[in-house]
Design a protein around this ligand. Structure first.
Ligand code: HEM
Ligand SMILES: *[C@@H]1O[C@H](CO)[C@@H](O)[C@H](O)[C@H]1NC(C)=O
Ligand SMILES: *[C@@H]1O[C@H](CO)[C@@H](O)[C@H](O)[C@H]1NC(C)=O
Ligand SMILES: *[C@@H]1O[C@H](CO)[C@@H](O)[C@H](O)[C@H]1NC(C)=O
Ligand SMILES: *[C@@H]1O[C@H](CO)[C@@H](O)[C@H](O)[C@H]1NC(C)=O
Length: 380
């Protein structure tokens, strides 16, 4: 008992310490069976199913993980950003975004938290994820990449942008709106418990490539080694990764994101058998490829951003191999137990990690612009 307490105390100290590290998981797209929303560009191939054993090198068509230590570390997170950036430029900006987010339902709010993550991990936090396909300039933007097929919340960003433009045209970037919206959605879904200031001053990028999504966004079958490497490539450490993974306490997943490697018959997972059976039933009509059902990420409090996720990890009732993987390395396991143990510690770390993620490869006036419409780059 004394030993266990000592271990826990060490972990708590590690969490409280100056170095912040947590882990989180990214979402993936539809499988082959999902209805295609539009017909124009053919949908990209589904994620390569996990037909082989879930060892680090198993996914066949998947790009290799980045080297554990990215040679040139990314620029310091958040460089050049400041809290209250729009105070003098557009005082109502943050309030307007908050009102747009408030009006969204819980599922869309979850989508906004994920949208921020996907934006930041591909080309930096520059609203590149919002750019729509354009026949002339860019037929294959990030939005059409496999992991983005299930993103939602775009209409909230567009509504916020329209309201902000009406008040102060040409001032507030779409990248900042995405960051504010991710923050506000986190606050609403946590009943106000996770409520942090989000530095701003990002510019919008002009580059968005579908083929940059798979190499930059971790897949649901990632193991700890790959998760650490893919977060490290963005300047985020293990504490950030574990903390951000708590976002999987909200929202939903399509069955295609986890059924092939986590459910019978190709069951090689350590998922709780009763939980697996429930999921299997929910996903049953997905099996023939006719539909791609969705299930909630957190079976207990699906609309609350809270530390229930970590209890689910511990009880083997999580959807993805990447969630379950957090128990398979001693450092991430310790962080999972601390987060499960202290709601407050995790809430604080989550906010800090969101801010840190919001600093990934931000654009400036030198290499970005303030988009007029979030779905399109400005035409000269
Ligand atoms: C650690 C690596 C991560 C992996 C492998 C991962 C994977 C996934 C997958 C596969 C889905 C389901 C997509 C679908 O089928 O509809 C999902 C959903 C989601 N992810 Fe992650 N994710 C990760 C990190 C993150 C991070 C860092 C965040 C945010 C801070 C996040 C927030 C979400 C949210 C909120 C949803 C639900 C979205 C909705 O309901 O529309 N994930 N993630
Ligand atoms: C893009 O090209 C497709 C196929 O040529 C065409 O059907 C579609 O209308 C075009 N979209 C726009 C916005 O021009
Ligand atoms: C977060 O805190 C700010 C400032 O205290 C407040 O204006 C806002 O309403 C809070 N958000 C939520 C969702 O509680
Ligand atoms: C990604 O797509 C762009 C545009 O289609 C292309 O120019 C580029 O070479 C592609 N990159 C890779 C690594 O395939
Ligand atoms: C999946 O496989 C594991 C390990 O072989 C086993 O313990 C578990 O009961 C299986 N789950 C299901 C739902 O078949």
């Amino acid at each position: 008992m004394a030993t266990k307490l000592a271990v826990l105390a060490t972990l708590v100290l590690a969490l409280l310490g100056p170095v912040s590290c947590q882990q989180q998981q990214a979402g993936y797209g539809y499988g082959a069976g999902s209805p295609t929303p539009t017909s124009s560009p053919p949908p990209p191939a589904a994620y390569p199913p996990m037909t082989t054993s879930p060892t680090p090198s198993s996914p066949t068509a998947y790009p290799p993980p980045p080297p554990p230590t990215p040679s040139p570390p990314p620029p310091a997170a958040g460089a050049g950003l400041s809290v209250g950036y729009y105070k003098d430029k557009c005082a109502e900006a943050e309030t307007i975004v908050q009102e747009a987010v408030r009006a969204a339902d819980a599922g869309t709010k979850a989508g906004l938290v994920r949208l921020f993550f996907h934006d930041c991990f591909v080309q930096g936090c520059d609203a590149s994820v919002l750019l729509k396909p354009d026949n002339d300039t860019n037929p294959q933007p990030e939005m059409l990449g496999v992991p983005n097929l299930s993103l939602r919340g775009f209409e909230v960003i567009d509504a916020a942008k329209a309201a902000v433009e009406a008040r102060c045209p040409g001032v507030v970037s779409c990248a900042d709106i995405v960051a504010f919206a991710g923050r506000d959605a986190s606050a609403f879904l946590s009943g106000g418990a996770i409520n942090f200031t989000m530095p701003a001053g990002r510019y919008d990028g002009t580059v968005s490539l579908a083929n940059e999504t798979l190499p930059n966004l971790p897949p649901p079958f990632a193991d700890v080694r790959r998760l650490k490497a893919m977060f490290a490539a963005k300047g985020l450490d293990t504490v950030d990764m574990v903390a951000l993974s708590g976002a999987h306490s909200i929202g939903r997943s399509h069955c295609s994101s986890f059924s092939s490697d986590r459910l019978p018959p190709s069951n090689t997972s350590d998922m709780d058998p009763a939980f697996a059976a429930t999921l299997q039933a929910s996903c049953a009509s997905s099996a023939n490829g006719a539909a791609d059902n969705t299930v909630v990420q957190d079976y207990r409090t699906p609309d609350q951003l809270d530390n229930q996720y970590y209890r689910n990890v511990i009880s083997h009732k999580v959807l993805f191999a990447s969630d379950a993987a957090l128990l398979k390395s001693s450092d991430t396991l310790g962080l999972v137990y601390v987060a499960a143990f202290s709601q407050k510690l995790w809430q604080d770390k989550f906010g800090q990690a969101m801010v840190k993620m919001g600093g990934v490869q931000v654009k400036t006036a030198a290499n970005g612009e303030i988009r007029r419409m979030c779905g399109y780059v400005n035409k000269p």
